[in-house]
Design a protein around this ligand. Sequence first.
Ligand SMILES: [Zn+2]
Length: 60
Amino acid sequence: MDLEEHTLETVGDTCEVCGVRLTTAEQQAVLESGGPALCTVHAAEELPDAAEDAAPSPAE
Ligand SMILES: [Zn+2]
C-alpha cells in the first residue's frame, strides 16, 4: 500500500510564502494564473497589478 497522502503532495500544494495548505479553490486559482503557489492572502499581495503602493519613483 503506497497510497500515503504525503507522497501525493506536489509543488503548488502549499503556499510558498507561509506554507499553509492550499484549498482546492486556491490551487485552481494557481493553475489558472500559472503563477506561484500562494494562498489567497499572499496571492493578493503578489499580484503585480496590486503593486501600486504609491512607491516614490526610483532614480530611473
Ligand atoms: Zn500564504
